[in-house]
Write a protein that binds this ligand. Structure first.
Ligand code: GLU
Length: 266
């Protein structure tokens, strides 16, 4: 059974390591494949929301900095620069497939306050009615500690909850969840399905992610928990090969599925 069976509304999250080279500059080949795959899912009748990281990383690349800055104002400045570049490239590539994009930047307070939350939901719903692909990121310019999601894995799951998604697809730089760190152990095995996030599963998560991004496996598990609590599954997939989305569509077992598929009985 394809994970897309009975699925209409999908949130796809893509991380900095998928979108950029080590330099921070855009990995155009990968983005082009990703946009084509996503456009095809849309053509197949799905509603799509893209949660895209990469603003800070791309800003770092645009400015030619050697590494991700550690101070908040410089990070925010990088995000402001990189976000423009990201939206430019999404707009350009999606329009080649006749799809329109819209930018939505969120902070945590927005979803915690009922009135603001309703406005956000109304905007998402109207954009989806208009057949537009909302491209979401944290509003890094105003996100300071008290109101930040902190990582886009959490943001993607929260967005999934806000829009009542059927499925969350998390594109990362790893094939899925392994029984031990595959970068250290050659006999590490991919876990195809996680029904429940137990302490044992959390213990497999290890440390942080890439040098330009924010997350790591632990934030993926937190996102999966939010999704499962809200009643929709999450699939963790390797974003370095965006064409895996076709395998997924064709019903092949790729990545790690967290929770139950829509329509599955057991
Ligand atoms: N909002 C940050 C950015 O776009 C990303 C946070 C994350 O990597 O999860 O660069």
């Amino acid at each position: 059974m394809s994970v897309f069976t009975g699925v209409k509304r999908i949130v796809v999250k893509v991380g900095t390591s998928t979108l950029t080279h080590q330099t921070g500059l855009l990995n155009l080949r990968r983005i082009e494949v990703l946009v084509k795959m996503l456009s095809d899912l849309k053509n197949a009748g799905m509603e799509l929301i893209l949660v895209s990281s990469g603003a800070i990383g791309v800003g770092v690349g645009e400015l030619g900095l050697k590494e991700k800055p550690s101070d908040t104002p410089t990070k925010q400045a990088c995000a402001a620069i990189g976000q423009c570049e990201l939206m430019y490239i999404y707009d350009k590539l999606f329009s080649e497939y006749n799809h329109k994009v819209a930018q939505i930047l969120l902070t945590k307070d927005v979803v915690e306050q009922p009135h603001r939350k309703e406005n956000v939901q109304n905007t998402f719903n109207r954009l989806l009615d208009m057949n537009v692909i909302p491209v979401v990121n944290e509003n890094d310019t105003v996100s300071v500690e008290e109101i930040e999601f902190g990582d886009n894995d959490t943001l993607a799951a929260v967005v999934g909850k806000l829009v009542d998604a059927d499925l969350l697809i998390m594109l990362s730089d790893i094939d899925g969840l392994y029984d031990k760190n595959p970068r250290q152990f050659s006999d590490a095995k991919l876990i195809p399905h996680v029904e429940k996030i137990t302490e044992e599963i959390r213990a497999l998560a290890g440390g942080k992610g890439s040098s330009l991004g924010t997350g790591g496996m632990i934030t993926k598990l937190n996102a999966a928990q939010i999704a499962m609590d809200a009643g929709f599954p999450m699939i963790l997939l390797n974003g370095q090969h965006p064409d895996l989305l076709y395998d997924l569509y064709d019903g092949k077992e790729v990545g790690t599925l967290f929770g139950r598929l829509k329509g599955s009985v057991c």
